[in-house]
Design a binder for this molecule. Structure first.
Ligand SMILES: *[C@@H]1O[C@H](CO)[C@@H](O)[C@H](O)[C@H]1NC(C)=O
Ligand SMILES: *[C@@H]1O[C@H](CO)[C@@H](O)[C@H](O)[C@H]1NC(C)=O
Ligand SMILES: *[C@@H]1O[C@H](CO)[C@@H](O)[C@H](O)[C@H]1NC(C)=O
Ligand SMILES: *[C@@H]1O[C@H](CO)[C@@H](O)[C@H](O)[C@H]1NC(C)=O
Length: 572
């Protein structure tokens, strides 16, 4: 960030003299953390669905937010008022996944049977249906407060082929959603019994026959919520447990990649997190960054693991080219170990690492030290860290100037970049139902982590056309505050993704070549070359000048048709 880089310059000048004194008084507030509003349901799943709204999902349980005489388990979050309004669902979306289709409709898939809790636990909301095959559609919502926007959820009409809980989704280049793996029912810790070792699509392909995945078999029993990424050549990178692989969706073939170094495991129940680093023209060379998780063996039964086992502080990067794969994973260390963290791309290309725990595991009541129906994780990581991917090794991580929260964000918490450009932090519930009389109580409070640019005059990007074709030059009005160095300008096209369980599916940043007009009142940029570089669907464009980022301006990439859509644009 601006003031942090000023600090870097300063420390470089002072190098060899006073290594310890590297801070200078900032001219404006740096990072801040502000608590505002309550979600009314646990934010287990969180996704930005319009410039003013997020959508949240939770288990069908006893949450305080009510609809039609029962607890809600879906809600819209209004970023302008910081209030939640309930959505009425038919099926239990507990630990599901989801994302946009190419026409801008949101599909939220999978879930859980309806839990019959024994007293003193409260009864499930009446009328809730088994959500394991759930496919819920939320059509593009154009009212700023969500008025008139409803969720369609009719399991008789629309459903998956398999029962799934803890699967992953990723939007692919034809605009459909690939649904990967999961468990058929209630796996108390590992993905056993009843692992679902296959892949299906929404809308369906292959005459409704799921595709068997040898990779999912190989990565049992710690492969729930596999981390999956749409690569710029149209293939899908998958990371699960200690393994990695590139899936060719056209040919249904798997190309094995080297295992993660030092035996680290990064998917549930050993959740680390992973993000695709920003993609740059002209080659859009993909590089993945994987952090946290655990170094313990997946042969150890949960009853022999403890809540105090340290989480991994390892991060690994792999460039997904022939040479990059040959070079292998490059290892770095975070400032602290993290289990179930989240990584959020910022519009300037930095990565924020938030939330999670320094010890223990996800899930509830299964390891030594966990109380009944209580957290398997301990020692919340309260201070976010910032990672600068293109800084020299050893200088990439910092938490200098980062605010420290008092709210644990462990299991069943979420985070997302917002259209305004700050990070929303929500959720935490390492319990079966709402319980605020226990350790790490159910959390409804929302926090916003504000990067320094939220506190200064920012660039502004005008309204974009509702749809943008690939490989097109587009001109849009901008305003740039006086005093910013316009030579230092970047334009990011971002997918804000879907957050759940330490994983942010579809999160993406593609840099666009951009040129400011002479009068600095408009910018002309080129959209990504094709629908493999940016899978077709909603996007936000953020302008960063002199490390000060604008709010995101909404658009939709591609022809806006329902999936499957054909190839659009020009080959790479
Ligand atoms: C405790 O939980 C109940 C719902 O069970 C909720 O109504 C109440 O607001 C919660 N209290 C706090 C402090 O969160
Ligand atoms: C919380 O959000 C509301 C609605 O945007 C705003 O009016 C209020 O000032 C905010 N409060 C704080 C403490 O930021
Ligand atoms: C995949 O199939 C296409 C035809 O659909 C073919 O052109 C291509 O060579 C195949 N790739 C591999 C790696 O087999
Ligand atoms: C988008 O496509 C899905 C799947 O075909 C469909 O259910 C939905 O109604 C479409 N939405 C719009 C706005 O076209």
């Amino acid at each position: 960030m601006r003031f942090i880089s000023a600090g870097f310059v300063f420390s470089a000048l002072m190098a060899g003299r006073a290594a310890a004194s590297t801070t200078i008084a900032p001219a404006a507030p740096g990072w801040t953390l502000v608590q505002n509003g309550t979600t009314g349901i646990v934010a287990i799943e969180l996704m930005v669905v319009s410039p003013t709204l997020g959508i949240l999902f939770q288990r069908a349980a006893n949450d305080p937010l009510q609809i039609n005489g029962h607890s809600a388990w879906g809600a819209l979050w209004d970023f302008r008022t910081n209030t939640a309004s309930p959505l009425d669902l038919a099926t239990n979306a507990f630990c599901g996944a989801g994302g946009f289709l190419s026409n801008g409709t949101v599909a939220v898939v999978s879930g859980h049977p309806v839990d019959i809790f024994e007293p003193p636990m409260p009864p499930a909301p009446p009328g809730a249906a088994d959500g394991r095959m759930g496919v819920r559609m939320f059509e593009p919502c154009t009212t700023p407060d969500g008025a008139g926007c409803e969720i369609y959820d009719d399991p008789e009409v629309l459903h998956l082929v398999e029962n799934r809980w803890y699967p992953t989704t990723v939007r692919v280049h034809d605009g459909s959603i690939m649904v990967i793996g999961g468990n058929e029912d209630l796996a108390p810790f590992y993905n056993e019994p009843n692992a679902v070792n296959n892949i299906e699509f929404v809308p369906p392909k292959d005459n409704n026959v799921p595709r068997h995945s040898p990779f999912l078999v190989r990565t049992l029993p710690a492969n729930m919520f596999p981390r999956a990424f749409a690569l710029p050549d149209g293939k899908i990178l998958m990371i699960a447990n200690n393994g990695a692989m590139i899936y060719d969706m056209e040919n249904d073939t798997e190309q094995a990649l080297p295992d993660l170094p030092n035996g680290v495991r990064v998917t549930n129940p050993f959740d680390g997190t992973a993000v695709l680093l920003p993609l740059s023209p002209p080659h859009y060379t993909p590089e993945v960054f994987v952090c946290g998780g655990s170094h313990v063996s997946d042969k150890i039964p949960p009853a022999q693991l403890t809540k105090q086992d340290p989480a991994s502080d390892q991060c690994s990067r792999l460039v997904l080219t022939k040479e990059g794969i040959k070079r292998g994973w490059q290892v770095e260390k975070m400032l602290e170990g993290r289990m179930i963290p989240e990584m959020i791309l910022l519009p300037n290309g930095q990565v924020t690492i938030v939330s999670g725990a320094k010890t223990g595991y996800p899930a509830i009541g299964s390891v030594i030290g966990a109380i009944a129906d209580g957290s398997n994780a301990d020692h919340p990581a309260f201070t976010p860290a910032l990672y600068t991917p293109d800084a020299p090794r050893g200088k990439r991580f910092t938490n200098r100037g980062m605010p420290t929260s008092k709210i644990p964000r462990l299991y069943h918490s979420t985070a997302t970049l917002t259209p305004m450009g700050n990070i929303m932090l929500a959720g935490n519930n390492p319990h079966s139902f709402v319980n605020n009389q226990t350790e790490f109580p159910t959390e409804f409070r929302v926090e916003y982590l504000n990067p320094p640019y939220m506190h200064v005059k920012r660039p502004f990007v005008g309204a974009l056309p509702a749809k943008l074709a690939y490989n097109k030059k587009v001109t849009v009005p901008v305003t740039i505050p006086k005093g910013l160095n316009v030579k230092n300008l970047k334009l990011a096209l971002m997918d804000l993704g879907f957050s759940t369980h330490g994983w942010h599916s579809d999160s993406r940043l593609v840099w666009m070549d951009a040129k400011l007009s002479k009068d600095q009142k408009s910018i002309t940029f080129t959209t990504p070359p094709n629908n493999k570089v940016y899978p077709p669907g909603p996007a936000y464009v953020y302008l960063t000048v002199d490390d000060i980022s604008s709010e995101g301006s909404y658009t939709l990439l591609g022809n806006g048709l329902p999936p499957p859509v054909g190839f659009q644009g020009v080959p790479l």
